[in-house]
Design a protein around this ligand. Sequence first.
Ligand SMILES: [Zn+2]
Length: 257
Amino acid sequence: MLGTGNAFLPYGRLHSFAMIDGKHIIDCPPTALASLRREGIVLSDIETIFITHVHADHVFGFPFFLLERRYISDRGQEKPLTVVAAPGVKEHLLHLCQLAYPGSLDEVFSTIQWREESEGTLQSGLTWKRFRVLHDESVDPFGYHFDAGTDGSFVHSGDSGPCRTLYDELEATNMAIIEMGIPDWVDSPHHHTPTELRTLAQSNPSLLMVVTHTFIDQPGIHPVPTVTDVYPEHPSNVVHAEDGLLIQQSSSSWSVV
Ligand SMILES: [Zn+2]
């Protein structure tokens, strides 16, 4: 977990941002470069970006990501980059790149391989299935179910409130990276609250739920919290992720470090 905060950057967190096997990233938030630099990850080693939806806290780091590869870590443009995203995202990100650095990213943008199908397989054998979730419809919201065969399967919720499509996918896996974007007192169907996650965890006791996109500061890091720095009481199958958390799979069970 390279970042675990929601759009408002609670103290101690960068924007929610996950990496798989050191080479595939989920979304490209405004703080993506900070997250990658902090972990010492060479940007040209990233092979794939999966886009969940086009809200700014999920994609506004994309122009910086391309700029860095083009002019620093892959000047020779030898490292292929694949973007997996719903139809329409390509045009949105092209517009974003043209606004950000007019003319400077056109060439590198044209080298991207786009995969717009809702199910597919990467060269490494990792498969994805993109499924609709409950979020602002104007940003085309999806979650992903990743499957690496005997190496395990997991779900990333993207940004979503409680919905059948997400919960059906959760029933078919044993680990989920899931958002908790709002406190209980915010009334919105588009994000999970602590109470909704508690209910979900209780009804799926064998599912490891790693909470991200949180409104809660890293506990104890700042004297005046943005909203709060106290984690809710949740069942033992819920882990409140902090930036840098490593989720590992071995012998068909998941663990966090
Ligand atoms: Zn969103």
